[in-house]
Design a protein around this ligand. Sequence first.
Ligand code: PLP
Length: 386
Amino acid sequence: MSNPKIRYFDYAAATPMDPRVKAAMQPYFSDNYYNPSATYLLARSVKKDLEAARAAIAELLGAQRTEIIFTAGGTEANNLAVQGILRRFPGSNVVVSALEHESDLCPAELFEHRIALVLPSGIVDVGKLLKSIDDQTVLVSIMYANNEVGTVQPVKAIAQELEVIRRKRQAAGNKLPLYFHTDATQAAAYLDLHVSRLGVDLMTLNGGKIYGSKQSGLLFCSSSVNLLPLIFGGGQERNIRSGTENVAGAVGLAAALTLVQDRRHDESLRLRQLQELFVELLKKDLPTAIVNGSLRQRLPNNLHITIPGQDNERLLLELEAGGILAAAGSACSASNEEPSHVLRAMGLPDETARASLRFTTGFYTAEEDIRELVRLLREVTLKRED
Ligand code: PLP
């Protein structure tokens, strides 16, 4: 990484852009700056590149080209999914989990909504989720992996249950659809993204978390879903998302997604070993630390811990002074004064939440970084206990 003095443990908040992604994007800032909707040959060539990026992404997801809608990041894609469907069906409702990112929860709160509870392990309680679905539910939105505690949700199992409900509805003559959306922002570098294997109708992806650029992203939207646009104008993106296309962003997103999906098995294995080392060192050197959320159903790059009696804001400052950058919760919300809604949903008291830290690893994390992290954590924790 560019700054050798820094050990970075906040990959869930932002990833450095991969040089290959940067190289793929660069021409569209200078030589190939043309508006893809223009008619001359040079512009048509840019349009062709945009469509090639769309086709490459569609292939990775097992989707049709026309099912990929480019957006300015994950927040917009989540809003488009939730608002785009709920506004289409007045009087309907949406079910979201208590773990969702604010960009999914907040739009859901604009409509009739139900919050599906989660288990203390940080996994959605599927039984309770199914009970909260009624005849008017048109959308269920459950994230693929959580951004704070890294827990991986049973997306495939939920998709299968929803299919059963759809069939019952059909038999009863209920014509309302029941769509399934997943926010795969944090999962994209580690998990299978094939939409029909997952059984999802809509899926959010976010370039800024996979070594691409911030404000690049997409919503996969199955051709069976009739979405109402959020942004009206020139009719780009098949009239669903107007605005001159961010060609550099789309090309970069295709490059980033290809990169992370190509190496997801190897990288998952490598980071899983670092995660295990982290847990092992904690047990030895900082035995009071508690890991929050399931270790088994978890992304390989996340470790979220509570160190009882400690204040996470102070710990973060002391870690930073020692060259380590980490997070107290989600950096994705601008106001994080309140204890995390995710930890609350898992049943952690606010006091425990305030003694919790999130460490997320990535491409540039090495074993030595984990060893230094635990060494410094122990040092700053003991200092407080003295
Ligand atoms: N969804 C999840 C799971 C996230 O972690 C984030 C941001 O961290 C977002 C959505 C929103 O992404 P952005 O702020 O890049 O739009």
